[in-house]
Design a protein around this ligand. Structure first.
Ligand code: UD1
Length: 340
């Protein structure tokens, strides 16, 4: 059995990936410093899988905290989620973002190389494309200068990985560029737990439906899109988690050194903010209080993925219908709020 270390495994995407990995027959070890997560999702993963997963409260910037994990387990691969991810906060605290997001990757790679290398799946983001001139975006679409320190850390991390693979034959890398991950596990035992006021659309919607937020603000209705609201590619978090399993299989099947591949992970279908809001209302038989306001600074008008490379090379594709994803998002919110 292959053992995979999931950094940031107590978080939203990390916890869903832990479940998919265990179901695919992998051994899982989780490391998380709990800076932006608590143990709710870890407990959820245990309930869903029936496994007691080794957990380390560890900061990936700290070699002394990573080394015991590698000493106590044979680690065949790492999925590196642990990072700060709030765009606005990164503008206010750029050094904190560069320190955490870059140092954690470098430290992790150093520890891996010292321990014989292995496979790395890295969480990147569609943010690296900025506003692409042609849609949908392929992996060959040039990256745009980052509009936030957060986005810049994703670009720099991609470059660090590409350089590491050239220098260390023992390391293979798959970079996944996520579009907009949404939804929750169908069990409603794990899901997104944003701290404070959510930045992202779907948690804001579910919290508004739950009465935690007064109303949803729709940021801009004068974009050059069919209904004037921005277009994104919303990918179910369980589908996204499955892409990490496919990425590991890809590296296991690739018998030459020097693998560093990049894949878009989305549905390939654009959806407007307004369409998503309406679909959420219909699927969940409720009515959301919302208001159209001005554009949010830094937002792009439209971005969605060409996923043919992941479909072909990873044999992966998004499967879950949007209706199911939005029902799961609401079931999770109800579960954590105790709403029946
Ligand atoms: C953002 C980040 C992306 C990051 C992702 C997940 C940028 C530009 N965007 O994507 O890098 O990976 O979050 O953390 O770097 N919206 C509203 N009202 C709200 C919230 C959002 O109308 O209350 C709209 C936004 O204007 C946007 C869409 O919903 O058009 C999606 O927003 P959001 O969920 O925040 O994701 P992105 O900004 O696309």
């Amino acid at each position: 059995m292959k053992n995979i270390l999931i950094t940031g495994g107590a978080g939203y995407i990390g916890s869903h990936t832990a479940v998919e990995l265990i179901h695919a027959g992998y051994g899982v070890v989780i490391a998380d410093n709990l800076s932006n997560a608590d143990t709710t999702c870890l407990e959820g993963v245990k309930k869903i899988t029936g496994r007691d997963i080794p957990f380390y409260k560890a900061d990936c910037c700290r070699k002394d905290q990573l080394l015991p994990i590698f000493r106590e387990h044979r680690i065949d691969g790492v999925i590196h989620f642990a990072a700060f991810k709030a765009v606005g906060e990164s503008v206010e605290k750029p050094l904190m973002y560069y320190h955490n997001n870059l140092l954690s990757l470098v430290t992790l790679l150093e520890v891996m190389v010292e321990n014989g290398g292995g496979h790395v799946v890295f969480s990147s983001s569609a943010t690296v494309y900025g506003q692409p001139p042609v849609l949908p975006v392929t992996e060959d679409t040039p990256r745009m200068p980052a509009t936030s320190p957060y986005g810049n850390t994703k670009q720099i991390c991609e470059d660090i990985l590409a350089d590491a693979v050239k220098a260390y034959a023992s390391v293979k890398v798959v970079i996944l560029r996520y579009f907009n991950p949404i939804g929750a596990h169908p069990s409603a035992l794990i899901g997104e737990l944003p701290r404070g006021i959510p930045n992202n659309l779907v948690p804001f919607i579910t919290q508004t439906a739950a009465g935690v937020r007064k109303e949803l603000h729709i940021f801009g209705s004068n974009y050059n899109t069919p209904d004037g609201t921005a277009l994104r590619d919303y990918i179910d978090v369980v589908d996204l988690a499955a892409a990490h399993v496919s990425a590991l299989k890809r590296m296991e099947a690739y018998d030459k050194p020097g693998l560093c591949e990049v894949f878009n992970v989305g549905t390939g279908k654009p959806l407007s903010v307004m369409e998503l809001v309406k679909k959420f209302e219909t699927v969940n038989h409720l009515s959301l209080k919302y208001r159209i306001t001005g554009r949010r600074e830094g937002d792009v008008e439209a971005v969605w993925a060409d996923t043919s490379l992941a479909n072909r090379v990873l044999s992966w594709k998004a499967r879950r219908p949007l209706e199911e994803t939005l029902a799961n998002a609401w079931a999770w919110e109800r579960n954590i709020r105790g709403i029946t």
